[in-house]
Design a protein around this ligand. Structure first.
Ligand code: GLN
Length: 510
């Protein structure tokens, strides 16, 4: 009988296939057993896709029996036979997608998203649809109409949001990776709360075709994984121009750079755990607005300082930088996002996209009042107000101006540094129920993540491990956030790989 670790990686599963210790069908069975055992507690999966998974596992089996070498198989299909989850807004043709809402209950996707097609062409195996905050609005998973996802490290606490199920399912080993979406932090924040790696790619690197929109000028799909290297592998598959999505951008140079890192890792570093001087010293920017001691939990602050010191010892340069507009990030994000949300959700009217009881046009309001959740309604109202005649200039236009100034601020700062390192969240995963009555408190959970989407740059959360803290007797996860200029994800992964090693060695020493 084969074994699979609690926090599996792509390489671990590939080794099972290569050494013929397990078949794709057995691996799928193993992960379904794990999901069925843990999901009643975690609620990270809303629906399983067992028929599709077994079909995809059979396709993998056929390829294994075709006589090709395993090396050539994974060269052609980098995610060959890897079980994964997908957020309830990333469409697969013929399956139900609800955006974790009641208003879309019974909606069957008429076509598949480009990201699903890409993973499918790489021979990944989809296991099910992950839970999330309704319409991707929320920071705790608590706005799902189908129950809250729990944090695998402490079931009384949030797994973060909105991609709560994706982060929790990877952290608990229900799948090897999962696809989430990030509009203001929904990959990076839950990744930080669940001790996993999560990327918000450069706006336009990954296609949004077939992904239900939240705020279209911010939304990006990205992966949750247990390791930085796995994250890179999945991003490599997702990235690239899509003729169906005119917001996708040319990224050939970045993809070449990602290939260089993949090849380097294949040859040498992957198995060595030794922390050595950096072969690629970087100028690491420390934006002081993200490091106000009163704005970050003391244990998270301390771990960051520790990490920065170690990075310095490895040869990196630490450079203090200013991002003065950071204090407006939450306001700019919530104004712009609200307006785009109100516009995007207009189409959800009960006639289209719905299997609820049939209604007539004059019953839109009743239908929307009945089936939209509280948070979705709140955002629609904020956005409608901010873009209404008389208020448009004061709110929406003003936010757009500050957004542009913030973009220039980041550009200027990136002349002084190659990459930035910040906390991902101001706090540890909080106890469920503690912020649901106070939306503003909930919104502040995104204070370090939501300013990044308006300026289009990529952000990667890398775990700093489980930390002792004053919030709980249990150690709790926290991540750091790496930021780079547009289309410089390669820098995020290079430094991320080093940080991962530092943390691993530190954990071994404890
Ligand atoms: N938590 C943020 C919000 O509620 C981010 C959402 C997201 O990234 N989808 O708006």
């Amino acid at each position: 009988m084969f074994k699979i670790s609690k926090r599996p990686t792509i390489q671990e599963i590939h080794a099972l296939y290569q050494t013929k210790k397990a078949t794709p069908i057995q691996v799928v069975q193993f992960f379904y057993n794990r999901i069925k055992e843990t999901n009643p507690k975690l609620n990270s999966f809303l629906r399983l896709t067992e028929d599709l998974a077994s079909q995809q596992a059979n396709n993998c089996q056929d390829i294994l029996e075709s006589g090709q070498t395993f090396e050539s198989i994974i060269k052609q299909y980098p995610l060959f036979g890897i079980p994964y989850g997908i957020k309830d807004i990333i469409l697969i043709e013929g399956l139900e997608f609800t955006s974790a809402s009641n208003i879309l209950k019974g909606y069957i996707a008429p076509y598949s998203s480009t990201v699903y097609n890409r993973i499918n062409q790489s021979m990944g195996i989809v296991m099910g649809i992950n839970n999330m905050d309704q319409f991707a609005m929320g920071s705790s998973g608590e706005s799902s109409a189908y129950g809250t996802t729990k944090n695998p490290f402490d079931l009384t606490r949030t797994a973060g949001g909105s991609s709560s199920g994706g982060a929790a399912s990877v952290a608990s080993g229900q799948v090897v990776f999962s696809l989430g979406s990030d509009t203001g932090g929904s990959i990076r924040q839950p990744a930080s709360f669940c001790d996993v790696v999560g990327l918000k790619p450069t706006y336009g690197l990954v296609s949004r075709w077939g992904v239900m929109p939240m705020a279209s000028s911010f939304d990006q799909v990205g992966p949750f994984t247990n390791t930085v290297y796995d994250n890179l592998l999945v991003t490599r598959v997702l990235a690239g121009i899509d003729t169906n999505d005119q917001t996708t951008i040319e990224s050939v140079d970045l993809i070449d750079q990602l290939e260089v890192i993949i090849n380097k890792q294949n040859i040498s570093h992957r198995h060595s755990t030794a922390v050595t001087k950096s072969i690629h010293p970087m100028r690491i920017g420390i934006p002081k607005e993200f490091y106000q001691p009163e704005g970050v939990d003391p244990s998270i602050y301390e771990s960051l300082q520790d990490l920065l010191l170690q990075l310095k010892e490895l040869g990196h340069k630490l450079i203090e930088i200013d991002l003065p507009l950071t204090k407006y990030a939450v306001a700019v994000y919530y104004m712009t996002m609200g307006v785009e949300v109100a516009s995007n959700l207009e189409r959800v009217d009960g006639i289209r996209y719905s299997k609820q009881e049939s209604i007539y046009a004059n019953q839109f309001t009743d239908h929307r009042s009945k089936y939209f959740g509280e948070e979705a309604k709140r955002r629609i109202m904020i956005g409608t107000y901010a873009s209404s005649a008389g208020y448009y200039d004061a709110f929406y236009n003003q936010a757009q101006k500050v957004r542009e100034l913030a973009r220039l601020d980041f550009q200027k700062a990136f002349q002084k540094c190659d990459i930035m390192l910040t906390p991902t969240t101001p706090e540890f995963p909080f106890v469920l129920g503690t912020k649901t009555d106070d939306p503003l408190k909930m919104y502040l959970s995104d204070v370090f993540t939501c300013g990044i989407n308006p300026v289009k740059i990529p952000g990667l959360t890398v775990p700093m491990g489980l930390l002792k803290n004053t919030q709980s007797e249990l150690p709790l996860p926290a991540g750091c956030q790496l930021l780079a200029p547009e289309l410089c994800e390669d820098r995020l992964y290079e430094l991320g790989l080093e940080i991962e090693k530092i943390i691993k060695v530190k954990n071994l020493a404890v």
